[in-house]
Each structure stands twice: as structure tokens, then as C-alpha cells.
Design a binder for this molecule. Structure first.
Ligand code: APR
Ligand code: PHB
Length: 385
């Protein structure tokens, strides 16, 4: 079998890239290790920047997002119970959209007419410097697909980045000494907007998926086990970290999902190796505090799609040559912002009294400076590509 582009991974990065190529008439096959149900069962963040909304529209899959997504004009920050609302629309003239990654994935899957091969095991990338091809096993049979380009959109643990010789890759990493315990519940959100809360007991986030479905998180130590957290224990801990008025208004219920995700910052450089390109979580990880993971994946593949379309149609190789440097510039800015929000809002075991005072000063500066608020708003709503 032969195609122009093989895309490894049917997460939001792979599916969006596949959709953009499909619309441009570029032949591409997606190879995904898991089943469609498994992919759709993953619960992840749900805040879209304007650029991601625009890309959904460009991909022809924006209708449900516009109908069901919730436009958010701001967020609340809370520091030891002191509240500060940031009005993005007033500060910077932009807003974000709350629409779950699961829904983005569902819309992209539904729109795709070209071939996606699910349950593809043992995916291996070969000769991506000279004669690129990919092999995989399905139902016990090994297959080979030849191509011109390979897009590694297979997430942090995927095979694509691992196929690159170590000597060709530089990685940058920070692992945080905590994770987020998240809970999904069919109760109305505690507030209209998201609340990011710093508290001496640890960070908490009040988020939402719809007017009747809420998503809440609390910071927990890295080695915490989800089994140790009954719903009641979760709600008690969340209430303790929120300002008393918010805690009072919280509507609790039985969780429909509960999981712990570690926090990590990670960047690989470069993002092109001959005919292989890395995008999304395969290329970088941000801690979820700034809600940048999905948005970065979207901005990577928007650039990669244009570059591949140009290259496949023999117009120019300028786009594929510029891809790595271009997206890394934006990636590092999002890494900085996500690291900064994480540093401001979490408790760190080794912060000491000095570190805690600096966090407080950071919050007080933010609360008192419109310029600082504009900077946060500019980053949160999304820097230009
Ligand atoms: N072969 C084929 N598919 C693979 C392999 C493999 N060896 N390894 C991983 N995959 C698939 C995974 O099953 C998954 O469906 O690649 C897909 C990667 O999807 P994501 O992890 O969602 O990554 P990405 O599409 O880059 O989306 C980034 O996901 O983690 C969040 O915060 C992140 O929102 C951001 C988004
Ligand atoms: C979420 O709703 O899951 C969510 C929202 C904002 C974040 C992280 C996660 O910063």
C-alpha cells in the first residue's frame, strides 16, 4: 500500500491533521493503536483558544462547538481565599471556549472519510531519511505502507519520537512533585467561569464541560493512589481549598470519572527528522494549568498541514523546512506560561517561607496591575501563531 502522508495517532493532533489534509485532497492514512471507543473514552482538558476555534471552523467541524460550547470571557483566580476575576474581553478583547477535548475528537472522527486504521499494533517507522515506510500488525497480520512523509502525532508515549536516534534529539524536561486528581460529575458548575485556586493545602481547579457537567481537580502528591480518594474525601478536600462562599455553593454528587494525572513540562528539539515530523504531545508536554496542551497540538498541526500540502503538491519545501523552528517558538512561549501558572498556583514541598512569599507577591502584583493581568489574558486566550 502507498499514501502521501502516514499519520501515527488518532488523538486531536492526528485527527485534525488528517482532516486538513483530506480537505486539501492530500492522501493520508491514520494508524492508531487503540480502538475508537478507547480514544473517545479519554477525559482531558476543555478550553479552546480563538486559534483552535478558527481551526475547527477551517476543518468544517465547528458547528457543534458553536452550538454547545460555552464562551468564557474571563476566569477567577483565588489565593488563600482572596479572589481576583480577570476579564479577558475587557483586558485584551478576546475570549476562550469551553468545549471538551473528547468532543473535539468526536467531531473530527465523525467528519473523517479517509482511512483510519484502529487497533494497529506494533507500529514501526522505517527509513524516514530516505525511503519512508511504516509497518504494523492488525489481526495478527503484518502490513507495510510506503509514503512520502510521516507525521508523529502519537502522544508522549508514542513510537515516533522514540524512533529518532537519541543523538539527533535534545529534550528539555521538568517533572513536578505532584499530580492532579480530577473528578467528573453530573452537577452544575459551582460558578459560571473557571476558578484556579491556590491554597496552603494545595492547588484546586473548578472547571466544567456543560451547564450540567462539572470537572474539578485537586493537587495531590505524585505517588497518591486514586483508590485512596472516595468521592466524599475529594469534595471535603476541594471545599477546604476554595473560598468559603464558593465552597458553600458547590454541588457535589457521585463521580462519573476519577483519575490522577502527573504534571510535566517537556520539549523535544528539533521536530523534523528527514521525512518525519513530530506534533502535539509527541513533541511537547505542558502541565495542564494554562490549558495549553490541546491548543498547542492544534497550532502545530495547522502549520504542519500547510507545510505538507505545499510539499506534496510540489509547490515548495519552504514550509517543511521552516516547520520545526516556527512551531518551537510558539511552543516555548506556551511552556513558559504553563510553567509560570503552575509555579504561582501550586504548593511546592521545597518552596520554603521565601518561596511562599514570592507566590503571594506574584498574586498581589497580578491583582493590582492591569498590565500583569493583560499579560496573563494575552497568554491564556492564546498568542498568535
Ligand atoms: N501507534 C499508534 N498510535 C499510537 C501509538 C503507537 N505506537 N502510541 C500512541 N498512539 C496513539 C494514542 O493511542 C493516542 O490516541 O496516539 C494518540 C495520541 O493522542 P494524544 O495523546 O491525545 O496526543 P495529541 O493528539 O498530540 O493531543 C494532545 O492531548 O494529552 C492531551 O493535553 C494534551 O490536549 C492535549 C492533547
Ligand atoms: C479541564 O476542564 O479539564 C481543564 C480546564 C482548564 C485547565 C485544565 C483543565 O487549565
Amino acid at each position: 500500500m502507498r499514501t502521501e502522508v502516514i499519520i501515527i495517532g488518532a488523538g486531536p493532533a492526528g485527527l485534525m491533521l488528517g482532516r486538513l489534509l483530506e480537505l486539501a485532497g492530500v492522501d493520508a492514512i491514520i494508524l492508531e493503536r487503540k480502538s475508537p471507543d478507547y480514544v473517545l473514552g479519554r477525559i482531558r482538558a476543555g478550553v479552546l483558544e480563538q486559534g483552535s476555534m478558527d481551526l475547527m471552523d477551517r476543518a468544517g467541524v465547528g458547528a457543534r462547538m458553536h452550538a454547545e460550547g460555552l464562551i468564557h470571557h474571563g476566569v477567577e483566580l483565588s489565593f488563600d481565599g482572596d479572589r481576583q476575576r480577570l476579564d479577558f474581553t475587557d483586558l485584551i478583547g478576546r475570549h476562550v471556549m469551553v468545549y471538551g477535548q473528547t468532543e473535539v475528537t468526536r467531531d473530527l472522527m465523525a467528519a473523517r472519510k479517509a482511512q483510519t486504521i484502529y487497533d494497529a499494533e506494533n507500529v514501526e517507522l522505517h527509513d524516514f531519511d530516505t525511503n519512508p515506510h511504516v509497518t504494523y500488525t492488525k489481526d495478527g497480520v503484518t502490513h507495510r505502507i510506503d509514503c512520502r512523509f510521516i507525521a508523529g502525532c502519537d502522544g508522549f508515549h508514542g513510537v515516533s519520537r522514540q524512533s529518532v536516534p537519541q543523538s539527533a534529539l535534545t529534550t528539555f524536561e521538568r517533572v513536578y512533585p505532584f499530580g492532579w486528581l480530577g473528578i467528573l460529575v453530573d452537577k452544575p458548575p459551582v460558578a459560571d467561569e473557571l476558578i484556579y485556586a491556590h491554597h496552603a493545602r494545595g492547588f484546586a481547579l473548578c472547571s466544567q464541560r456543560s451547564p450540567t457537567r462539572s470537572r474539578y481537580y485537586v493537587q495531590v502528591p505524585t505517588d497518591e493512589k486514586v483508590e485512596a480518594w472516595s468521592d466524599d474525601r475529594f469534595w471535603d478536600e476541594l471545599r477546604a481549598r476554595l473560598n468559603p462562599e464558593t465552597a458553600e455553593a458547590l454541588q457535589t454528587g457521585s463521580s462519573i470519572e476519577k483519575s490522577i494525572a502527573p504534571l510535566r513540562s517537556f520539549v523535544a528539539e528539533p521536530l523534523r527528522f528527514g521525512c518525519l515530523f513530530l506534533a502535539g504531545d509527541a513533541a511537547h508536554i505542558v502541565p495542564p494549568t494554562g490549558a495549553k496542551g490541546l491548543n498547542l497540538a492544534m497550532s502545530d498541526v495547522a502549520v504542519l498541514a500547510d507545510a505538507l500540502i505545499e510539499a506534496v503538491s510540489e509547490k515548495s519545501e519552504a514550509g517543511i523546512n521552516a516547520y520545526s523552528a516556527k512551531v518551537l517558538d510558539r511552543i516555548w512561549k506556551a511552556e513558559r506560561f504553563s510553567w509560570w501558572m503552575t509555579s504561582l498556583l501550586h504548593t511546592f514541598p521545597d518552596a520554603g517561607a521565601f518561596g511562599r512569599r514570592i507566590q503571594r507577591a506574584d498574586f498581589d502584583y497580578l491583582a493590582s496591575s492591569r498590565i500583569a493581568q493583560q499579560s496573563l489574558a494575552e497568554n491564556y486566550t492564546g498568542l498568535p501563531s
